[in-house]
Design a protein around this ligand. Sequence first.
Ligand code: HEC
Length: 133
Amino acid sequence: MKKLTVVVGLIAAMGVAFAAPDEAKLRASMKQIGPVCSGLGKKLKAKDASGAADAKQLAGLFGDTQKYFKEAKADDGVAHSKTAIAEFKTTSKLIAAGKWDEADAGFKKATASCSGCHSKHREKASDGSWKVK
Ligand code: HEC
């Protein structure tokens, strides 16, 4: 059943790839963003300077999210994406400069965008997977 849903979903996704916002791409970014973000949280606690690269990577990963919500014409989603991009960029610079307290604050602002967007645009499907709303 799940396989069938995936196949049908893929066919549908191919059909609308050029016409509608790319939900599969958004999902793929989110699946990357999740672990990198929690890893960055741990690195900040440990004052591990390699977190600068993770924060930079996160800023980059939100490009697809911003594009998605632009195409979906959801301004609040675009705004949350912009906040995430700006704050992760700032956090990266602060880590590189060894300003850990400020970096923590930047990380908090960046991650506030996660819940801000999820509470409005993310929905749990009956099979436990996530979907966009
Ligand atoms: C502008 C909107 C937006 C922002 C900001 C955002 N997300 Fe998401 N996220 C979504 C949507 C929509 C989904 C559901 C899509 C999906 O997963 O199929 C999602 C799904 C996820 C998932 C589940 C992925 C899966 O399908 O297994 C994770 C994990 C996740 N987000 C992490 C994060 C983290 C961490 C942040 C902040 C650093 C963040 N997201 C910020 C919109 C957003």
